[in-house]
Design a protein around this ligand. Structure first.
Ligand SMILES: [Zn+2]
Length: 220
């Protein structure tokens, strides 16, 4: 299985990727994790990446591609991989295709988890959790039974993540849209782009992803 998973922050991509990973024995590859792993491995590309990052520079696409190539040839990726957070530009998408072709591989499918921005902002920005036991709540969807008292432990202290405000969620969504908007038509033209409703029930989203994989990927 060779899959690219698209979706804005907060769409539940991580949860779905973990489920696919467990079910099919493939590896989820996020660019951040790959970078850290490459640096830690001390490989030539890892040392180069380390230098670039320490100098505070942006990782060139060619280096990123080389790192992915090195990573997907490792034994744990024998059954395939899920790319998450890459590619972000058409240039990266083209370079990825060229690299895979060089290795005699190609992407099975690209799945976009579509979300309704207004609904996603409402979902994320209303989250808060108990400072005592960590129980999760939501202003509209899952308020505490008694005002300001945790259902689970009775604590009256709650925390909200600073980046879960409507403002910052909106900003993250905009960055995502601006970056990825041109990449999706690239895959659409190749007829490997599938869109699913990312706002559906979490199990339903998993079911739809599996159906696409069954139709497109070699799952042996
Ligand atoms: Zn609590």
């Amino acid at each position: 299985m060779k899959l690219v998973l698209f979706g804005p922050p907060g769409a539940g991509k991580g949860t779905q990727a973990r489920r696919i990973q467990e079910e099919y024995g493939v590896v989820q590859l996020s660019t951040g994790d790959m970078l850290r792993a490459a640096v830690k491995s001390g490989s030539a590309i890892g040392q180069e990446a380390d230098r670039v990052m320490k100098a505070g520079q942006l990782m060139p696409d060619s280096m990123m591609i080389e790192m992915i190539a090195e990573r997907i040839l490792q034994p744990d990726c024998a059954k395939g991989f899920i790319l998450d957070g890459f590619p972000r530009t058409v240039k990266q998408a083209e370079a990825l295709d060229e690299m895979l072709e060089r290795l005699g591989k190609s992407l099975d499918c690209v799945i976009e988890m579509q979300v309704d921005d207004v609904e996603l902002i409402e979902r994320i920005s209303g989250r808060f959790s108990c400072a005592g036991c960590g129980a999760g709540y939501h202003d509209h969807f899952k308020p505490t039974r008694d005002i300001d008292i945790c259902d689970e432990c009775g604590s009256g202290e709650f925390t909200r993540r600073l980046d879960d405000t409507a403002e910052s969620v909106r900003a993250r969504l905009k960055v995502f849209r601006d970056q990825t908007a041109p990449v999706l038509p690239y895959y659409e033209a190749k007829k490997i782009l599938y869109r699913i409703d990312g706002m559906a029930d979490i199990d339903e989203v998993t079911r739809r992803i599996k159906n696409i994989l069954l139709a497109t990927a070699n799952l042996s």
